[in-house]
Design a protein around this ligand. Structure first.
Ligand SMILES: [Mg+2]
Length: 282
């Protein structure tokens, strides 16, 4: 592969460079998978107002027809991801699968079929207990996002978001545990959900069914670590080639030391995808 065909910045690892060469050399056997918030979509105070980056979407519309699979693997419900990304209305996305709520929900562009199983009763019980808990802690201004299968508490936009998150984590872990759930931290969020579902298992399942050989995964937060771990294990076993992309922020550095390519924010991911679209030239 000529150097000019490598989207900048080039991978900083040999394994990442090999995966990128495989992707560009034979895109039909490759899958590109993305987290949504903080990766394809810039993070903003109100999660309901988030939207996918226009340039990333335009690049994916160019890339989509020539790769084996496009995937969005998100903590959001699939219906929310479909609304915020308008994925169903876009050309070039005929190989797109959205795995929502960490893989519990699914939508396929090829069929338009959607699988949204009913949420666990325990989540509604936690949701009902939250206003009294937040009031008692003086945190009534915390934004509650009800996702059905999970409840997310957002401290972004408060005067001290990190301090509020730190205050919340213990009591929420206790409340979640009482209901057989877990409280998972993220970027100025704590999410109460079923811990048996994660992005690692979701990604593994998609790799097994699509039989792709090269996988690119881009994420920004702690919920993406299981996907990183799954790909690292498969790569070390020689089952796949993998390119791990970190969309880095000051808020969450956990993915950076494990990544093959480090980009700074969704804008730089858009730049990288545009260069990848140029390199694939399809
Ligand atoms: Mg994210």
């Amino acid at each position: 592969m000529p150097l000019s065909a490598v989207p900048a910045p080039p991978p900083r690892t040999d394994a990442g460079a090999a995966a990128l060469a495989s992707l560009v050399g034979d895109p039909e056997q490759a899958m590109l998978a993305f987290d949504f918030d903080g990766t394809l979509a810039p993070i903003i105070d109100d999660p309901e107002q988030a939207h996918a980056h226009d340039r990333s979407l335009a690049a994916l519309q160019r890339i989509g027809p020539c790769v084996g699979k496009l995937a969005v693997i998100t903590g959001r419900p699939v219906r929310t991801a479909l609304r915020l990304g308008a994925f169903a209305e876009r050309d070039g996305m005929s190989h797109l699968t959205i795995l929502g709520q960490y893989g519990a929900e699914r939508w396929d562009s090829s069929t338009g079929d959607e699988s949204v199983p009913p949420p666990p009763e325990a989540v509604a019980e936690v949701r009902a207990a939250l206003p009294a808990l937040l009031d008692s802690m003086g945190l009534a201004d915390v934004r509650i996002e009800d996702k059905g299968r999970a409840v997310v508490l957002h401290t972004r936009g408060l005067p001290d978001p990190a301090g509020a998150q730190a205050l919340l984590e213990g009591p929420l872990a206790e409340l979640a545990e009482q209901h057989g759930l877990a409280a998972e931290p993220g970027r100025f969020v704590v999410e109460v959900r079923d811990p048996s579902v994660d992005k690692g298992a979701a990604l593994r399942g998609l790799v097994a069914e699509t039989d792709v050989r090269t996988i690119v995964y881009a994420g920004d937060d702690l919920g993406d670590l299981p996907a990183y771990e799954a790909l690292t294990v498969m790569r070390d076993a020689g089952e796949v080639e993998a390119l791990l992309v970190a969309v880095a922020s000051d808020e969450q550095p956990a993915l950076v030391p494990r990544a093959d390519v480090v980009l700074h924010g969704p804008d730089e991911l858009a730049d990288w995808l545009e260069r990848l679209a140029d390199a694939l030239d399809c």
